[in-house]
Ligand binder design. Structure first.
Ligand SMILES: Nc1ncnc2c1ncn2[C@@H]1O[C@H](COP(=O)(O)OP(=O)(O)O)[C@@H](O)[C@H]1O
Ligand SMILES: [Mg+2]
Length: 252
């Protein structure tokens, strides 16, 4: 599991905090959604889990061990990361993009190809059709699938996903949300998924952690955040689009 214990992060010597006194446990096998508006500290929180950002105070543990005691490269193989924005290398083919980590790990060309093709199958991009294309020859949704395949390449136990579907149209987003749910069931990954979209949070999260200005407002199941909001902020967040939320009434 992943645990954040009273974690804070300031980028300006303490004048302001991107994340403040955040404590959160993510259980093995669950999908935890970090939900909040732009600038509330979601990306910073995610990056502290795999040491792309160092906390100013507090401890982050993965599998019970402080991440600072773990080798950063090893940690990042164990904790896959899908970046905000797609971030594929434009001059590399889809196969090469997916095989970046296996290449860094020293796999042979044949092993890398086999792994890349297996992963492309997994994310519903038939390798015969897609492996040799370049990123700009794919739609946004297809590129995002490649980003997921790439993050899965070293078979990480954990997957951190930073607004992976933020730039996609609503229909493509729905399809990819369903695919992520299926992948999660098949592969038994633990997922931390960042979004600013409350419907995406409700669709994907086993639990939802609501962040506001760097602070955790509430962590709970959808039933809890919808039915028993812990703070006025959470109440307001889920209350505003109340009419659209009619569809979720069955959950309450
Ligand atoms: N590398 C950085 N240097 C300075 N400030 C940063 C840096 N990264 C993030 N911040 C600031 O921290 C706050 C939280 O940012 P971020 O975690 O990216 O929010 P979110 O992902 O929720 O939009 C913002 O005010 C942002 O400007
Ligand atoms: Mg962000």
């Amino acid at each position: 599991m992943i645990s954040l214990d009273d974690v804070s992060k300031t980028f300006d010597g303490g004048a302001t905090y991107a994340v403040r006194n955040l404590s959160l446990d993510i259980a093995s096998g669950e999908t935890l959604v970090l939900l909040g508006s732009s600038g509330c500290g979601k990306t910073t929180t995610l990056k502290m889990i795999n040491r792309l950002v160092e906390p100013s105070s507090g401890a982050v543990r993965v599998d019970g061990r402080d991440v600072h005691e773990q080798d950063a490269a090893q940690l990042r193989r164990h904790v896959g990361y899908v970046f905000q924005g797609i971030g594929l290398f434009p001059h590399m083919t889809i196969e090469q993009n997916v095989a970046i980590v296996p290449r860094l790990l020293g796999s042979s060309a044949a092993q890398r190809r086999a792994r890349a093709h297996e992963l492309l199958e997994l994310v519903n991009l038939p390798p015969g059709e897609f492996a040799h294309r370049f990123p700009d020859e794919l739609s946004g949704g297809q590129q995002q699938r490649v980003g997921v395949a790439r993050a899965l390449a070293a078979d990480p136990a954990y997957l951190l996903m930073d607004e992976p579907f933020g730039a996609l149209d609503a229909l493509t987003r729905d399809v990819l949300q369903q695919e992520i749910l299926q992948l999660k069931d098949r592969l038994k990954k633990t997922i931390v998924f960042v979004t600013h979209d409350i419907f995406e949070a409700l669709a994907l999260g086993d639990r939802i952690a609501v962040l506001h200005e760097g602070r955790l407002e509430q962590t709970g199941t959808k039933e809890e955040v919808l039915g028993r909001p812990a703070t006025p902020f959470v109440k307001d967040l889920f209350g505003k689009p109340a009419r659209q939320l009619e569809a979720y009434k069955g959950l309450l």
